[in-house]
Write a protein that binds this ligand. Structure first.
Ligand code: ZN
Length: 361
């Protein structure tokens, strides 16, 4: 049997799809022509991207500004031990192409924001949200609604996960219909702060891959208008109904948000902590003696700075997540070694000083 428009190798590689009822050669062709953007190459993005790659999704965009850290490897299977310190988009691209050289990986080594979101999301058919913070979640929701693209949502916290699919347009709920506003900053711990069960994102991210493939091939009932909840400790899946909110500011009858906004400000993450940068590190931040950042802990503040000044964090933080022994950090005038090290709390108005060892004479 010969199937036009597949190479011989593709016929073999995708044979279990091609013989599968509902997918078949037509579905496989759709997968090869599909363009999917994974926002985040972390815990959720890893299984999502790897299964989409194995399934033969032709173009996979990976948007992530971060570098691989030793603490990621407990769950982020896109990255290897040897990748520590590399940009995540690079290690992700290597892994994806090792799984399937058919896939065209597009690297977006940046922070998604209101200025670049339309440009980045524009070329893709579907967006898979595996981000780890509220500003990007609201940004990606609003941008996909405005661009008319499906958004496959997943999120995790410690042992619990959530997944659903948001379709654009009225009558179908979006993330803002579900959560009109983000929680106050600092009230929901991140994975870095609260920990995360390593296999959990493997399950939720795989569900996101299933939903993306269903949308691409047009089979099954998409997880639309339903929120799937997963509790790893009780091993229970529950589904609750999601309703479209006619008063939703983005997808409602009279939308009040019709262009992308300042999502840091919307999420209460205005940058209001100051970091004094020593001369030796100023080239990293465009020569500025003082930069502003946001975060509830020193580590989160450094992550925020890293997102805008790539390479900044590694001047201060070691690969295994401690503080370099040749750098001291102060919150106001207190040495953080005697506070909570990188977990020291910081708040509006605090000034962080970086004191590197220097030996000029
Ligand atoms: Zn909505």
């Amino acid at each position: 049997m010969s199937i036009p428009s597949f190479t011989e190798e593709q016929v073999l590689r995708y044979s279990r799809h091609i013989i599968l009822p509902k997918i078949g050669a037509t579905g496989q062709r759709k997968l090869l022509e599909a363009k999917v953007l994974c926002v985040g190459a972390g815990g959720l993005g890893s299984p999502a991207a790897m299964y989409l790659a194995a399934a033969g999704v032709g173009t996979l965009g990976i948007a992530d500004f971060d570098r691989v850290d030793l603490t990621n490897l407990q769950r982020q299977l896109l990255h290897d031990t040897d990748d520590v310190g590399r940009p995540k988009v690079d290690s992700a691209a290597d892994r994806i192409n090792a799984i399937n050289p058919d896939v065209d990986v597009v690297r977006h080594n940046l922070v998604l924001n209101s200025d670049n979101a339309f440009e980045i999301l524009g070329p893709y058919d579907i967006v898979v949200d595996g981000s780890d913070n509220f500003p990007v979640r609201y940004l990606v929701n609003d941008a996909t609604q405005m661009l008319g693209k499906p958004l496959v949502y997943g999120s995790i916290y410690q042992f619990d996960g959530q997944a659903t699919v948001f379709l654009p347009g009225q009558e179908s709920p979006c993330y803002r219909c579900l959560f009109p506003e983000p929680p106050p900053p600092g009230t929901v711990p991140s994975c870095a702060e609260g920990g995360v069960f390593g296999v959990l994102p493997g399950i939720i991210g795989s569900i996101q891959a299933v939903e993306a493939i269903k949308l691409i091939t047009g089979v099954g009932n998409p997880l639309v208008g339903r929120l799937l909840l997963f509790d790893a400790m009780d091993m229970e899946f529950t589904t609750v109904k999601l309703r479209w909110n006619p008063d939703c500011p983005v997808c409602g009858k009279n939308p009040t948000i019709t262009e992308l906004i300042d999502y840091d400000a919307f999420c209460g993450l205005a940058r209001d902590e100051k970091v004094k940068v020593p001369t030796i590190m100023r080239p990293q931040v465009g020569g500025e003696p003082v930069v502003e950042g946001s975060g509830s802990t020193l580590r989160a503040l450094l992550d925020d700075l890293e997102s805008r000044y790539p390479g900044f964090k590694q001047r201060v933080v070691t690969e295994d997540g401690g503080i370099h022994r040749f750098v001291n950090l102060y919150v106001n005038d207190e040495d953080v070694r005697y506070l909570g090290s990188l977990e020291t709390a910081v708040k509006e108005g605090d000034t962080v000083s970086i004191l590197p060892a220097v030996a000029g004479g």
